[in-house]
Design a protein around this ligand. Structure first.
Ligand SMILES: CC(C)(COP(=O)(O)OP(=O)(O)OC[C@H]1O[C@@H](n2cnc3c(N)ncnc32)[C@H](O)[C@@H]1OP(=O)(O)O)[C@@H](O)C(=O)NCCC(=O)NCCS
Length: 151
């Protein structure tokens, strides 16, 4: 995708980014019913935006996706959210967001970026340099514990 840039999100984008999350999640066949039954699962807290760990991918001012990282107690970072506009899927937006998050995390001292991945996204995460290290029960099923960085 041409002219894709990734930048920190601003608090005023909260609703627009939650809307991206809705559109992306509803396009996952396995997640659709869970989300429609549990709409509270879609939330991007203002505090998270204000803390500076949310990043937006855009092309000439048009938002294509966003990602969020959080610090972990072990000093590493957690990829807490990653959502791309369905119309922009398979154009490198997700990979650009992951790479940006990994750079931001390692610049802050983390040695690895972790994610609890939805099984349908495993091939994507592996393509982005993650490896699967376990599983974890989540609210909507089994998630894959995945990690990119030092062992
Ligand atoms: C998962 C998601 C973030 C991927 O974003 P994307 O912008 O489409 O991903 P990219 O274009 O950067 O893909 C990079 C590579 O990952 C792999 N990949 C991406 N989507 C894939 C899919 N559906 N199936 C298999 N491989 C896939 C491919 O190797 C791809 O490279 P290629 O297109 O050159 O073959 C996006 O589909 C999405 O927002 N899904 C809904 C929300 C979600 O599931 N988020 C993750 C929750 S854990």
């Amino acid at each position: 995708m041409q002219h894709l840039t990734v930048r920190p999100a601003v608090a005023s984008e909260q609703k627009a980014l939650e809307a991206v999350q809705w559109r992306a999640s509803l396009n996952n066949p396995g997640d659709r019913e869970h989300l429609l039954a549990n709409p509270d699962a879609i939330e991007l807290p203002l505090a998270q935006l204000e803390a500076g760990g949310v990043f937006v991918a855009e092309v000439t001012g048009s938002i294509k996706g966003f990602a969020a990282i959080l610090s972990r107690e072990d000093g590493d970072a957690e990829l807490d959210a990653l959502f791309v506009e369905p119309r922009a899927w398979r154009q490198g937006v997700g990979r650009a967001l992951v790479d940006h998050c990994f750079s931001a995390a390692t610049a802050s001292g983390a040695t690895s970026l972790h994610v609890v991945g939805n099984p349908h996204a495993e091939a994507f995460y592996i393509s982005c340099g993650f490896r699967t290290v376990g599983t974890q029960q989540t609210r909507f099923g089994v998630g894959l514990l995945m990690k990119r960085g030092l062992p």
